[in-house]
Design a protein around this ligand. Sequence first.
Ligand code: RB5
Length: 139
Amino acid sequence: MHIALGADHAGYQLQEKVKLWLNEWGHECNDYGTDSTKPVDYPDIAASVVSGMRERAILICGTGIGMAMAANRLGARAALCWNESTAVTSRSHNDANVLCLGSRELTEDKAKSIVYAWLGTEFSNDERHISRIKKLAKA
Ligand code: RB5
């Protein structure tokens, strides 16, 4: 799967780990930065990632909140996930195409299991979820 990946300064270190995991699991990854812990603005990174997204994307900041706000304003279905359960449901119910992570709120192991669960879960294709997602697109 192709993953567009990005983080601000607070998410940079976790982003580097995520890149290794994606590689290990055989995904294709495009890194939109940032490339250090020097402060940058998360809306700028989110804009680059959403415009470069082919299949799915992962965005990381300190809380994951700013990245989720930015990506959703750009028309993505971005989900801030904090455990495996929210990761799975964001895919099966919401067909989330962007996963947002809060680097300051997660251990590395927890982040790894969230990313793994999110990438491994398909949308349910259930009619009730399709109809709700269509309403999101109109909002
Ligand atoms: C940076 O300090 C922090 O505000 C940012 O990474 C993010 O958490 C914003 O939502």
